[in-house]
Structures are given as C-alpha cells and as structure tokens.
Design a protein around this ligand. Sequence first.
Ligand code: GLY
Ligand code: MN
Ligand code: MN
Length: 430
Amino acid sequence: MQDLGGAAAVIPAATLVTHHADTEWPFRQDSDFWYLTGFDEPDAVALLLPHRPEGERFVLFVNPREPAAEVWTGRRWGCEGAVESFGADIAHPRSELEQRLPDYLNGAEGIAFRVGRHPAIEPLVVAAWAGQLDRASRTGSAALALLAPCSLLHRMRLRKEPAELERLREAGRISAAAHELARSVVKPGMRERQVQALIEEHFLDQGARGVAYGSIVAGGDNACVLHYIENNAVLQDGDLLLIDAGCSLPDYYNGDITRTFPVNGRFSGEQRELYSLVLAAQQSAIDSVRPGQTAEGVHDTAVRVLVEGLVSLGLLQGDVDGLIEQGAYRHLYMHRTGHWLGLDVHDVGAYRLGEHHVELEPGMVLTVEPGLYVSDRLPVPEGQPSIDERWKGIGIRIEDDVAVRKLDEVPEGHEVLSANALKSVQAMER
Ligand code: GLY
Ligand code: MN
Ligand code: MN
C-alpha cells in the first residue's frame, strides 16, 4: 500500500480453466493475488486503495455464498468470510465489480493493473479509467496512467520473509525425502512412471497440495530432453536415472530438486566422471552463494568448472576462457544454472536491471542446477571434438534450493533447503 503512493491497485485472482468438456483443471490461485490476500478461490478481485480513508483501503470482490453452487463445488468464504477471515475492509459480490469499480478508483493518481493477463477484468478497468478521463474537464482530476504492479510486487516477492523461508524449508524437506525414497526402490525393469507415482504419493502423504511442476523421471538418454515428462519408459540396467521433482505446499511454496543416480546402483566409468564433474560444478556454484554475489556469478562459477572438466576429459578442446566466451560448451550444457524459487517455481523478480546484475540479498532463494547432457541432438560446434559413443546417452543434473543468508549467520552466506537429498558419489551407489 505504501509503495503504491497515491495509485490504486486492481489485482485479480485466477479463474478456473477447462480441462476438457465440462471438466476443469484443479484450481491454481494467481501467485500475486495469493501473496497479497491468502484467498484461495477463483474469480475474486482485490483492490488496494491508498487514496481512500482508513477502513476502506482493502476491498475484496468474491463469489458470494450460494448453497446451490456450494453443494457442487465446495464451500465458499463469501463476503462475510472475506472480511472476517481475510482482513478485507469491505467485501462485495464479484457481480458488482463493474458497477462499483469506477467509484473506488475515483481520486487515485494512477491505476496499477497488469494488462494482457486478465481478459474478464481488463475491459472494466479500462472503462472506469476512460470514464474518469471523459469527466476530467469537469471534475479536474483523473488517474494519470495505468502502471504495472509487477515491479513493486515482484520486488517484494523476491525477498522472502522468515515465515516464507520456513515454508520453503518444508517444501525442501518433503521434496528431498521423496528423492531419497525413490533412490531406495529403483531397480532395472521398473517403469519411470512407477517411480513418479512413489514420489508424488509421498508429496500428498506428507501434506503437499501436489507437484510443483510436471515430475521429470528420465532414464538414460531421456534425461537429455530437458523437459521430458512422458515418464513411460522402462529403466535399463546400466543407465542413469534423472529425477527432477518437487512438491507444492497447500500455500503454494515449492520445492525443485534434481538428483541423478545409476539404475543398478553402480556408476560406469564415464558416468562417474561426468557425475563427479557436475557435482563439483554444483558445489562450487553453491559455495559462491552469498550476499553481493549475482545469479550470473553463480552461473559463471558452474560453467567454468564444467568447461575445465570437459577439456580434461577430451569432450572440449582449447583455451577455457575462449571456450566460455564463445559458448562452445552449449551442445553439452544448454541451460542456465538456476532461477528464483518461491510461490512460482520459476519465481518472479528481476535478474538484472539493464546492465546491472541484481545482487543476492539475505532472503532471496534460488536453485543451483548445473548439468551435462551428452547426445547427438545438437551439432558439435566447429573446432570441437566429435563425441565418442561411450559418452552418449548420459544426462545428469543436480539441483538444490538455496536461500541466501547473512555472512555473520550460521550457516554462513547460504542455506541449502534441499540438503536432506543426498548427492555424493558414494550415496548414489549401493
Ligand atoms: N523443473 C524445472 C526446473 O528445474 O527449472
Ligand atoms: Mn529448477
Ligand atoms: Mn527442477
């Protein structure tokens, strides 16, 4: 409310989305709306009105109580619940938004509303603003501009409060335990999907809402498809298994963990070489996380370790700095080393502002997830060695969730929220 200055904000909830015919996908609240309200129903709209008197500044429009509808789709909080349980100053039925919005927006210096995202609400906001502009010659005032609320909101969401960090710890704990469980049961002949079922059962059993994203359970060469979610192959003796899975809690905080281990419990020589290299890159990158570092710096740290290792294994040739500068490693490592993590798995918040890279601060949470993917899918860059068959079909990623902490705290500089999922070479073997 303070950050808005004299502007009013219109923040819509998510709506239900059709799966097929008259069946809908499970409801997933809009993360911005959730962050501000904690209200988990579709079709609501929150107004933040700093230009109004105290007691009229937080208005919720919600689906009203309606026994005939609630019998089918479940309990609603209604207008009364929105005030009593969610702290709204005033609540109205959603059907009154069109009629009431212009009055509420009157006197605001600007209107903070994300255009292009909310097709049912956008025409109402534009009409209310247009009405103000039409009347401005008589009333002498109208909102000056439509602003994007994203920069304000996403700056807040990027810096997690202690209670949010505790929820991300819980998401990390449940997700990590599922990975440990999966590794203890995998054996050749199982289907990827059976492993997925065990992991997702654990999420639900431990109180999660479900998965944070489609679980990736990728045996052998399938791991070289970064977003492989078919999960329908049989796990082969001698292959690695890459599992990228995390839970989403009932309040939407997410885990995002990847582990890779041998299906039969023993790495081959080539698998062990590459696994050790990815692990070293990931450990160096995690060690570099502290206030003042940047996401770019974390990525660069991982890339340097990977490229040095690939040169010594003969998978790249040439001067390390030159290879990094040209990106001559990208047929083997083609993604970034991490992203912000929070209510969204790829959470909001800028990584850079123009040329300036955003410096890590205590309370920010990011993943650290280097990998190597050796296959024929991408061409080998000119001047680089062709890939010997013995390396092909090896896809490895190791991903942890890392909270930035103060340097004078223990643990110093960062905390690995997913540390309960083991990752040493020894732990991956049995
Ligand atoms: N599973 C998505 C990611 O790791 O970014
Ligand atoms: Mn990730
Ligand atoms: Mn992941």
